[in-house]
Design a protein around this ligand. Structure first.
Ligand code: SAM
Length: 376
């Protein structure tokens, strides 16, 4: 049994702990953690709760929600917007979140290119004609590597208090395991997928024969679609309306990378400068002279730096020094610090990103500060 559901207790006849919807979302999250899709579309996303969870999965770069009801999507879509912390510390990955108003029974070019498509408690809301179109749209047109479909298992219904015909008045049908599996197997066969069945919401002890409360089919595409066939499927016209779009700040965007590098370079240089001045002050005490008058070279000691900065080998040519009241901190020294190194990748990139952003020596090889200058 999946460890996420081991702690589930069936408390009475209608309650699940954690709640059933959370178990469904957790199932999707685990799948994302396992297969690391970059582009995920949630069909029938309603109030975007699953999307809000998935935006924290660091593998995802494109997240889209589609629903026929614009007002339900708009209720909480602001939760999909970047937070102040996303601007203060932009992530390495890029992330774009989009919400589209439209029906899963219609094709739109914005549906193309996804790795994973989730349809959580959607199909039972579709009219007969929509359900007929649905496989062609999802498996034929979108054709992602994986599709997850969840739907109520009607065999469980007698264990749910207050359920007469269906669990929800908007449901157009509820299937037994055999009905769902027959539909899923036929759909998979027709569009070149394999499908495995599982579920969430365990039945109480002694009632295992009814199966999970929510039944789930995980479809995996057998053969990758060629780009030519994907192109030929592309409809000319967009039918969906985009109701929300958020582009998260990312270090892949040069503007945010430059800010992050300048911040890190300034921070690192300030620490080196402070260590150098402390060193000079201690020499001054020892020799009783003016520290700023001495042209002092300085090899910063590793223990001068906060531990998380870490430090690579500093060569002799990378020594920082004071000349008059100016402190020179070679860019090469700054580049040797892992955080700067990781952000820039190459020394050339570092030079390019800091050019015009921090004060450099005339040959551009060192960051310069006045010894009087306060830390900034
Ligand atoms: N997937 C969400 C979840 O599990 O929390 C919400 C499921 S809700 C029960 C079903 C959603 O499907 C509703 O938001 C409804 O508006 C949407 N829906 C129904 N028919 C649709 C269609 N033809 N195309 C797109 N969405 C549809």
């Amino acid at each position: 049994m999946d460890k996420n559901f081991q702690e589930e207790k069936f408390t009475g006849i209608t309650k699940f702990t954690p709640p059933l919807y959370e178990q469904r979302y957790q199932f999707v999250k685990d799948l994302v953690g396992k297969y690391k899709p970059k582009k995920v579309a949630d069909l029938g996303c309603a109030d975007c709760r699953l999307l809000c969870m998935l935006k924290f999965c660091s593998c995802i770069e494109v997240l889209a929600g589609i629903d026929i009801c614009a007002s339900v999507m708009k209720q909480k879509m602001h939760r999909l917007s970047p937070l102040p912390v996303d601007y203060l510390q932009p992530a390495e990955r890029s992330l774009t979140v989009t919400l589209h108003h439209g029906s899963v029974a219609q094709k739109d070019p914005c549906m193309l290119g996804f790795d994973l498509v989730t349809c959580i408690e959607l199909i039972e809301h579709l009219e007969e004609w929509e359900l007929k179109k649905f496989p062609e749209v999802v498996f034929g047109f979108m054709a992602p590597s994986r599709v997850v479909i969840s739907t109520p298992n009607s065999e469980f219904n007698p264990l749910l208090r207050g359920v007469r015909l269906f669990r929800n008045p908007d449901h157009k049908f509820e299937w037994t395991r055999l009905q769902f599996q027959s539909w899923a197997l036929e759909t998979a066969r027709r569009y070149g997928y394999s499908v495995e069945f599982t579920g969430v919401g365990h039945p109480p002890r002694g009632m295992e024969n009814v199966g999970f409360c929510t039944q789930i089919g995980v479809f995996v595409k057998k053969y990758p679609l060629t780009s030519a066939s994907a192109q030929s499927e592309k409809p000319a016209e967009a039918v969906y309306k985009t109701v929300f779009k958020a582009v998260y700040p990312s270090l892949k965007d040069e503007k945010y990378l430059r800010n992050a590098v300048v911040r890190e370079v300034t921070f690192t240089a300030q620490i080196i400068k402070q260590s150098l001045l402390n060193h000079l002050m201690s020499e001054h005490k020892e020799y009783n002279d003016d520290p700023t008058e001495r042209k002092s070279k300085f090899q910063p000691a590793v223990n001068c730096f906060s531990e998380d900065l870490g430090k690579l080998v500093v060569e002799k040519s990378m020594e920082s020094f004071v000349n008059g009241n100016v402190v020179y901190i070679p860019l090469a020294t700054i580049f040797s610090f892992p955080r700067v190194n990781r952000l820039c990748g190459t020394f050339e990139k570092l030079r390019k990103l800091v050019a015009g952003q921090v004060t450099l020596s005339s040959d551009g090889s060192a960051v310069v500060f006045s010894t009087d200058q306060e830390d900034n």
